[in-house]
Design a protein around this ligand. Structure first.
Ligand SMILES: [Zn+2]
Length: 146
């Protein structure tokens, strides 16, 4: 993943990384697809469903197995998609690669939600690590000279 700067892998597949926007350290799960453990889980679930429905071995278990694998794959992808979004500033690196303008509005909405929430005065501000943009006003300089 290019936008997230990965530092090291910890236990249970979670990775410590820094947000590319606010530089806040956090742990995310970078697993994006199913593993051998998930295949075994899907086989066990489909076996249990088969035994609950038909009380014997049935060929329809392969269809249930495929559905279980698909559902597990989708859940892992959805978990990864929501884990990538920074909980501190609301920065979404996946959306940033597609549309930076939408990320700006999302981060602004996240900061506005933080400002509007009265409970947020007790938590550290998400703005503490945000980059500062210095806008040089060339027109003001030009008009002051001339
Ligand atoms: Zn962030």
């Amino acid at each position: 993943m290019g936008v997230l700067s990965k530092t090291r892998l910890s236990s249970r597949g979670r990775t410590e990384c820094f947000c590319a926007f606010c530089r806040e350290k956090r742990k995310i799960n970078l697993k994006k697809s199913i593993s051998l453990v998930n295949i075994i889980q899907a086989a066990a679930i489909s076996y249990l469903i088969m035994m609950a429905l038909w009380w014997e071995l049935d060929a329809r278990v392969f269809f249930i197995f495929a559905v279980c694998l698909s559902v597990i794959e989708i859940l892992i992808l959805v978990r990864w998609r929501f884990a990538v979004i920074c909980p501190n500033c609301g920065f979404d690196p996946v959306l940033y690669l597609k549309s930076p303008e939408q990320v700006v509005t999302k981060v602004q909405a996240h900061l506005k939600r933080y400002d509007d929430n009265p409970k947020s005065s007790l938590s550290p501000s998400p703005r503490r690590n945000l980059p500062v943009v210095i806008i040089k006003n060339n027109e003001a300089r030009g008009s002051a000279r001339g």
